[in-house]
Design a protein around this ligand. Structure first.
Ligand SMILES: NC(=O)c1ccc[n+]([C@@H]2O[C@H](COP(=O)([O-])OP(=O)(O)OC[C@H]3O[C@@H](n4cnc5c(N)ncnc54)[C@H](O)[C@@H]3O)[C@@H](O)[C@H]2O)c1
Length: 280
């Protein structure tokens, strides 16, 4: 059966595991040849093996998305190995060292530079080198992974919220800039996705915590890497050929809700004040 991405070549940054790993498998299953770009070469090789086991094509390129030279070489490698570039998925994220956590008072200048470097500057650089190749291919599609934290905000997360918000602005800017070249650029805002890392570190010893977390979602579950991968496949496929500049929440409805405490408190308040005319 023909795949939706037959003949296409894709780069997935951070494609060794998690959301990126799931995306690599889905893109390859639809016929794309995939370059897995990741700092973790060993895990990336395991992922490439999984692709080959399912009959697909994947190669590994070790690249650190905080390093300009690595990013330039990554795009060159995709074109050298596969002859063209059609799809770029900007997904990589990981620890960036001290000084990057907390509010503006706690975050250090170095922490800001390193964390924003990985969250945002990396996407500027991958795009800078990918665009000329996408043009040569007659157009293409970029998907930038933001977060529900790019749409809403929570205290104590200065850099993640600011960076993921910037990813959405970057996406819109690029969509307008390169639309005339038939290059579409969209962002995805995942809710909580239980990746291999999160399953092991956060929930393995705390299943009741996971159940509580799931109950906060209108769909009563958290996400899986394949949920994001499926949305990415759609956005880079011909079926989405008139869709650009979007920030698509793939979050089980999480961002549709008011904060539960707020809603509960408002109901309580309204019961205690029957004459109150609420504005909604
Ligand atoms: N998992 C979630 O709940 C969730 C929710 C919203 C958004 N996101 C976003 O999705 C993306 C993927 O997250 P994930 O949870 O799958 O992460 P993950 O930790 O499971 O996987 C991240 C991958 O990126 C690689 N990586 C880390 N730093 C890198 C660097 N400097 N250069 C190249 N590769 C690097 C890692 O080796 C790993 O393979 C991130 O942008 C994250 O912010 C995740």
């Amino acid at each position: 059966m023909a795949g939706r991405l037959d003949g296409k070549v894709a780069i997935v940054t951070g494609g060794a595991t998690g959301i990126g790993g799931g995306t690599v498998l889905r893109l390859a299953a639809e016929g794309a040849r995939v370059l897995i770009a990741d700092v973790s070469e060993e895990t990336a090789n395991q992922r490439a093996g999984m692709v080959r086991d399912q009959g697909g094509t994947a190669e590994v390129f070790r690249a650190d998305m905080t390093q300009h030279d690595d990013i330039r070489a990554m795009v060159q490698a995709a074109v050298q190995k596969f002859g063209r570039l059609d799809i770029l998925v900007n997904n990589a994220y990981g620890p960036t060292g001290p000084g990057g956590q907390g509010s503006a008072v706690e975050v250090t200048e170095d922490g800001w530079d390193r964390t924003m470097g990985l969250l945002v500057k990396s996407m500027f650089l991958t795009t800078k080198y990918a665009i000329p190749e996408l043009r040569k291919a007659g157009g293409g599609a970029i998907v930038n992974i933001s977060s529900v934290h790019g749409l809403l905000t929570a205290p104590g997360k200065l850099l993640y919220e600011t960076g993921k918000g910037a990813v959405i602005s970057l996406t819109r800017q690029l969509a307008v800039e390169y639309g005339p070249d038939n290059i579409r650029v969209n962002a995805i805002c995942p809710g909580h996705i239980v990746t291999e890392r999160i399953a092991e570190r956060t929930w393995k010893e705390n299943q009741s915590g996971l159940r509580f977390f799931e109950a906060q979602y209108p769909l009563r579950r958290t996400g899986r890497p394949v949920d994001i991968a499926n949305a990415i496949v759609f956005l880079v496929s011909e079926e989405a050929s008139f869709i650009t500049g979007h920030a698509l929440a793939v979050d089980g409805g999480l961002t549709l809700q008011l904060q539960e405490d707020f809603a509960v408190n408002m109901v309580k308040y309204a019961r205690e004040h029957p004459d109150l005319q609420l504005p909604y």
